[in-house]
Design a protein around this ligand. Structure first.
Ligand SMILES: NC(=O)c1ccc[n+]([C@@H]2O[C@H](COP(=O)([O-])OP(=O)(O)OC[C@H]3O[C@@H](n4cnc5c(N)ncnc54)[C@H](O)[C@@H]3O)[C@@H](O)[C@H]2O)c1
Ligand SMILES: [Zn+2]
Length: 329
């Protein structure tokens, strides 16, 4: 297959390019970082890029939580206008296969259960609670502490920040494109991706990258909240492999199929900081109690559908992956 990889010069995109090539496919990179004329918002450039490709793997986006609401225009422009331009070009050129870099952020706080009220959906955490060090979301009905469960693909969307909103809109646009053209769209809703070439030293980088940069400066990783917030850290090579199987398999034409893409092994942010600090030889993490509005407490999804339907299986374990990451590029 000849595959256009938007964002192919980025962290995850560059691993997708490698994985495609290793499987004998041809990957064509389309990324402003590699070529200033390769902007997904530029209809003429995108129209040229999609001629004679069999599929598009859409990784290009502005990522992260951002630095304030002022970033909203740029997020919407790159992520949603960019996706619309890309899909319109694919519709025009007859390209019918899309794999989208989706995200777990579309679920917001995810799935929780109250001992009394069953499955509930807590709203954003109150500033007063966060200030008081009460980090666990509470039952919206009775106020009891909740237990976090695994989020399935059918969980209702509940984006909590601008970035999350744009990732959800990318899926809706892709679904509309698939319906309108008979195309096949897969959204891989990635968890926290980490590994070699992870962006560093930008306010948009992921938490594993912040910790590693601190360690490299000889400083302790600063763990927010109480360190017990759970995430699913999935290795970038496993995410790249998921993209390859999704590109090869496609999806039922005329719609979008979403797959949670995680290791299936949740860990706390505190455990992750410790693993990196150990691998680096210290200093040990400090738990600061700080918080960021817009962060969710626990994000742990059920990634079994990707395994059962597409035969994908993560290969890089947490301890091994963090050891490698602590000392990688
Ligand atoms: N890293 C994660 O943990 C994570 C989690 C969930 C989803 N994602 C998604 O994965 C995808 C890849 O993210 P990443 O972590 O590799 O980030 P990244 O910043 O390393 O890669 C994104 C790439 O997109 C390119 N790009 C940005 N705007 C562009 C534009 N207008 N035209 C062309 N290229 C453009 C950038 O130059 C960059 O190389 C994104 O869609 C992101 O939303 C990432
Ligand atoms: Zn309750």
């Amino acid at each position: 297959m000849r595959v256009l990889v938007t964002g192919g010069a980025g962290f995850i995109g560059s691993h997708v390019v490698q994985a495609l090539t290793a499987r004998g496919h041809e990957a064509v990179v389309f990324d402003v970082r590699a070529d200033p004329r390769a902007d997904v918002r530029d209809p003429a450039a995108v129209a040229r890029a999609v001629t004679s490709v069999d599929a598009v793997c859409h990784q290009a986006a502005m990522v992260g939580l951002g630095t304030g609401f002022g970033d909203a225009v740029e997020y919407v422009s790159r992520n949603d206008l960019g996706t619309a331009v890309l899909l319109a070009a694919m519709a025009g050129a007859g390209v019918r296969r899309l794999v989208l870099a989706g995200s777990m952020v579309v679920y917001g706080e995810g799935r929780y259960a109250c001992p009394r009220d069953g499955v509930v959906r807590p709203g954003p955490r109150a500033v007063a609670d966060l200030e008081a060090g009460l980090f666990e979301p509470r039952c919206p009905v009775c106020g009891a502490e909740l237990t976090a469960g695994l989020v399935g693909e059918d969980a209702p969307a509940d984006p909590r920040n601008v970035y999350a909103t744009t990732k959800l809109a990318q899926e809706h646009l892709s679904a509309a494109w698939a319906r309108s053209t008979g195309g096949s769209a897969v959204s891989l809703r990635y968890h926290n991706v980490y590994g070699p070439r992870m962006p560093r030293d930008t306010p948009y980088a992921g938490v594993a990258s912040f910790f590693r940069s601190a360690l490299a400066r000889g400083e302790a990783p600063r763990v927010f909240e109480d360190g017990r917030q759970r995430r699913d850290f999935v290795h970038v090579r496993d995410v790249a492999a998921a993209n390859v199987v999704a590109l090869e398999a496609g999806a039922a034409p005329g719609g979008l199929t979403a797959y949670n893409t995680g290791s299936g092994e949740p860990h706390t942010v505190g455990e992750m900081a410790r693993a990196l600090a150990d691998a680096h030889g210290g200093p040990a993490p400090v738990v600061t109690g700080e918080y960021r509005l817009g962060d969710v407490r626990h994000i742990t999804a059920d990634s079994s559908r990707l395994r059962s339907e597409l035969g994908w299986k993560p290969e890089v374990g947490f301890a091994e992956g963090m050891r490698e990451f602590a000392v990688s590029e």
